[in-house]
Design a protein around this ligand. Sequence first.
Ligand code: PMP
Length: 362
Amino acid sequence: MTYRIYNFNPGPATLPLPVLEQAQKELLNYRGTGMSILEISHRSKDFEKIVEAAENQLLELYQLSKDYRVLFLQGGASLQFAMVPMNFLSAQASADYIITGSFATKAYEEADRIAQVNIAASTKNNNYRNIPRQKEIKLSHSSAYVHLTSNNTIYGTQWKYIPDCGEIPLVADMSSDILSRALEMNKFSLVYAGAQKNLGPAGITTVIIKKEMLEKVSEALPAMLSYKIHAQANSLYNTPSTFAIYILELVLQWVKEKGGLQAVENINREKCGLIYRVIDESGGFYRGHAAQEDRSMMNVTFRLPNDDLEKRFVEKAVKEGLSGLKGHRSVGGIRASLYNAMPLEGCEALAQFMEEYLKRNG
Ligand code: PMP
């Protein structure tokens, strides 16, 4: 058997083993073509089928009607920070941003270069430990859209409700929790996500967009930055990241085989519950960063009593086959990323490791 560890990296991240195995199996001869998927033309029927299947599977998993399109773009979620305002904000328009962490701030700053943007709520003063409640969100009436970050990868917080924004279109960066839970996706007008956490390898960004938003796209944009042009070309306006889209389509099939989003959510809840329980029962040895009610199911962030204990925790974990646990520098401590492909056994192993580490050092 191939040597595999439990990979808790925040992204690029662990991928489902059956997906990697299938890619390996068909790498030299993609389904009888005599060519690798890495070699086939993006204009071939075989590849067009993959793009179409990926779009349809994603719509199906979220029970979205044909009012939506799915696009596979490049430039990471970071390019979306700019594309969203470029497509929907004319010089006179403005948008509302909810600031819950570093990536939300980046999205805001990028929009701020392009047009007028307002901060509708921010949890910066609390070092991003929490998500604003509905009554704390102050929307401006003339807003073209409201932007939020559904899961804050660095701080380990996650929205548990979808805010009511009335008629204003809701836009979300779901890079680190897309496909992780059943969600009323039809409450969003546009969602984007870099693939390298729950969707596949780095190199593509998925955009789920309501067709009526496409009608609002500015005509003055360069083609590569226009959602409308990418939608008209079925994500094949230029050469896309073909291999990444192929893997993404396999990941979507894998999610479907697992029983869909509700089934995946149930497992994810159980997985993070194992780690949060150890934190809560550690008598203060492990201190979670996020407020309890806003804890992320995807990124569990916590501190230990001092830097030395944290450093040794990470080093010892690696020796036990638990990798990628060092927290982001802005929070410090430990971050365990538990994306869909992290098996329950990986979380059991981490929980056990944490209990033993506490016994020796607590
Ligand atoms: N948004 C979120 C929530 C993220 O976690 C990340 C990356 N970790 C980004 C945006 C930036 O993504 P990319 O590197 O694909 O531009």
